[in-house]
Design a protein. Structure first.
Lengths: 137, 137
DNA sequence: CTTGCTGCAAAACTTTTGCAGTTAG
DNA sequence: CTAACTGCAAAAGTTTTGCAGCAAG
């Protein structure tokens, strides 16, 4: 899919920087920090200032285009495209590798919670432990 | 339970500040930030410096006495006593109220993941949405 | 045109680090 | 006594804010 041409999200002004940001997020398998995005933008020619990236990410989040998360003990927030399909991550406590988990154990649980005076808009699940390469013997 | 008298965790030197911190964490229903803890300490007489609180929390986490988490879109890390029973939280996107969830939908799921080259040490689930008071009409 | 975005600088926050003096065991 | 902890100051790192100029619709 060629971002930057079609499928532009509604209510968001289209600029060079924003096209670049969405394209980077779209091509990434894992969530990226604002700084990551900035670096990748520089590499692909059209750069942007960190403050712009933060401001734009905030806008994307507000519009529901992007999801903001905090990965375990990592001090920076990370952002990923809202693909409207479930993705959760297992994080290695040693090397910080991020492993995507495809099926989500929450599907059955959510409706149950919805009965109880809380309107569920989303959820965020994080599993931490050790990956194959870091598992101590 | 009277913290600060018995049940002191092993391998941790006992000081006035640390007793106060553990007592505050023990009496709190919800996770607290380092700053929260500092404020509560001042109110209860014996104060401590923020840096000390951070250093001590780090120690507690390393010893498994305390769990560190990041709550959705809240920029500060929060800490809670490791009570060895599952607690997850629903966070109101509007008023940031934190609601505890008692049963955990992950119990059945974890063993399945453990087969796949990842040693699970823990997990962290967060549900976000709107609480009863903030649910728009 | 006119509104809103961007670059840039600088502030605001949270968290970490270094060091000297104090305290617990 | 000795190692470890605390207060304090200051640095480090991430995120936010203000403002003037620029770009998109």
């Amino acid at each position: 899919m060629k971002e930057g041409q079609n499928n532009w999200p509604a209510g968001i002004k289209r600029t060079r920087q924003r096209e670049s940001m969405l394209s980077i997020l779209n091509n990434s398998e894992k969530p990226l920090s604002a700084a990551d995005i900035c670096t990748k933008m520089e590499r692909s020619g059209g750069s942007a200032w960190l403050s712009t990236v933060y401001r734009t990410l905030e806008l994307f989040v507000k519009k529901g285009v992007v999801i903001k998360t905090n990965v375990m003990n990592h001090e920076m927030a990370v952002y990923e495209l809202n693909r409207f399909k479930h993705k959760h991550y297992a994080v290695c406590m040693n090397c910080r590798k991020i492993i995507a988990i495809d099926n989500c154990p929450m599907e059955k649980f959510i409706p149950q919670l919805a009965d109880e005076d809380f309107r569920v808009m989303g959820h965020n699940l994080e599993i931490f432990g050790f990956c194959k390469d870091c598992d101590p013997p």
